[in-house]
Every structure is written in C-alpha cells, then in structure tokens.
Design a protein around this ligand. Structure first.
Ligand SMILES: [Fe+2]
Length: 307
C-alpha cells in the first residue's frame, strides 16, 4: 500500500479504498499499530481494534445487522476523536451491508448559505452528545484536542439534531460496497458514516480507529470559525517517551526501541515503570473523577456521573 498516495486521496476526498488482501488478513491477528503505521504516512499515536461481526446477543451497531444511521466514531483520546477509521473487509455481506458516507465539510458550506442561523449554531451551541462509550459535551463543530471535529450521534435527540436532519437527507451520500480484501480509510473528523442493513451472518470487518501524529488538513475557513476545547496534544520529549513506552507495552523489542531512541534499555524500563505508577494513582476511583474534570474542563462528563 502506497501510504503517501493514500494520505493524499484521504485529504482530498475524505475517504479512499485500497486493495490490500495481505493487510486485511493481518488486521485480524497481527499488531494493529504496525498495520496502521504502514497504511498511514506520518506515524500513529493510538490505535483501537474492533471486530465488526453480527453475533446472537449483539446490541451495538458493530455486532448487529440493522441499518446504522449516519454518525461519527467520537470516542476520544485526550480530547480528539480518531483521525482515521480503517475498515478492513474480511468478508462482505452477500447483499446489503454497504457503507454510507456523508461529507460534513460539504454540508457546512451548503448550510452557510441555506440556513446561516443553523450554521452558526453548529459552532456556538453546546450540546450533549450521547454515545455508547459515554457522553461528549460541546459544539457540533469544534477543535477538540487540537483537531477540527464534526460530531454526530446516530440518534440526535435535541432540536439542533432535528433542524439538521433535512439537510443530512438532502446532502448526497456516497454508497460503497467494500469487498473482501479491500480496506476503506475514512477521515473520521470530516465524514459521517453509516451502513445499510444486511442478513448475511458471514459479513466480517475489522475496524481500526487510528490517531495519527499529524491531522488531515481541515478547511481553513471552518477551522478559523470553530471554538477550541481542551488542549492540543503537545509534540515534545514527554510525548515521544510516552509513545515509546506504549510501544514497549504492546510488545516492540526493547533493544530495537532503545537503539531507535538512542537511550539505554534501562532508561526505557524506568519510563515504563514511572508511567505505570502514575497510571495506577490516576485510576484510583476518587482520583479519577478529579482527573477527568481537570483534564477536560467543561466538555465531557462520563455517563457514570449521571447515575
Ligand atoms: Fe461507527
């Protein structure tokens, strides 16, 4: 896979499909970080892997066959949703199960003229977005953790969601049938995605959510208008050490890492142990609440706080 060409198309159009049967096979079992780094130019800072497979007791869209309304995958790492959603197709449904994509930047440029008040509200009005992974607070379009993000739940319950609905219906949606051995990469800050219903229990994808070192360039006009929530992730020495420690924890060779970073292996182990010590402190129930409040002022409350 040509990572540079892939990135260029992703930037221009919001999505790209690559034929990559070997990579699809590896998406199931091999290190997903390694795969993500190969697919995307410029390095990755976090990767999640999710099986997309209908199961008997499934409740999420990922584990059922139902129609999935347009939405963003907005679980965040330090404020920002994943930059890129990678969908590796192991087996397509015999019928249905097609991917739907809608370009939110195009939607915004329509709205700016068609309904200026709604356009402004998307930048200014703080909403609560209720997702399975927890709630997000903030405007629909905002710079979250240094990334310009459009946020949309599958079933918005508020008036802004209702006002937005006819425009979503009127915006052209891309229908994609991804075949076995193909990988779809989607700009998750720009494109809303959904899926048509299907009945074939053999449909199987592997989804990677990838946080990249550098963002896909957003439109300057929208970026300038958006409010900023949270702090961008710094690109400093501590960040490089954190990345190295995460690599160590997921099984990269300490010797190789130490050589790459030009440090002693003993230093690597000190970083790992320091990180684990601080992580344990942060995860103590009483500390965690204060930590989340400090770390992400005013834009997020976990669903557990509601109970
Ligand atoms: Fe999704």
């Amino acid at each position: 896979v040509d990572a540079v060409a892939t990135w260029a198309t992703l930037t221009e159009r919001g999505y790209v499909i690559v034929d990559a049967p070997d990579e699809v096979a590896r998406a199931l079992h091999a290190d997903p970080w390694q795969l993500a780094a190969e697919l995307l130019a410029g390095g990755v800072t976090m990767v999640e892997r999710h099986p997309i497979l209908a199961v008997a007791q499934g409740r999420s869209f990922a584990s059922t066959m139902v129609h999935t309304p347009l939405h963003t995958d907005s679980q965040d790492v330090r404020g920002a949703a994943a930059d890129v959603q990678v969908m590796a197709c192991v087996q397509a449904a015999s019928e249905g199960g097609e991917t739907l994509l809608l370009d939110a930047w195009a939607l915004l440029s329509t709205l700016e003229h068609a309904d200026p008040r709604l356009y402004e509200a998307l930048f200014d009005r703080v909403r609560r977005f209720r997702f399975v992974f927890g709630d997000l607070d903030g405007p629909t379009v905002a710079v979250r953790g240094g990334r310009l993000c459009f946020t949309h739940t599958p079933h918005p319950q508020d008036d802004l969601g209702a006002r937005l609905a006819p425009f979503l219906d009127a915006t052209p949606t891309v229908h994609l049938r991804i075949e076995a051995g193909q990988i779809l990469l989607v700009d998750n800050h720009r494109m809303l995605h959904g899926r048509t219903a299907f009945r074939d229990p053999g449909r199987r994808f592997v989804r990677l959510l990838v946080w990249t070192r550098r963002p896909i360039d957003p439109p300057a006009r929208i970026l300038a208008r958006a409010r900023r929530i949270g702090q961008p992730v710094p690109d400093d020495e501590a960040e490089r050490r954190l990345t190295a420690t995460l690599e160590l924890l997921r099984g990269r060779s300490p010797g190789v890492l130490a050589e790459q970073l030009d440090v002693d292996e003993a230093e690597l182990y000190r970083w790992r142990n320091a990180m684990l010590r601080v992580a344990r402190q942060a995860l103590q129930p009483r500390r965690l609440r204060g930590w989340l409040r400090r770390d992400a002022p005013s834009h997020r409350r976990r669903s557990s706080h509601r109970r």
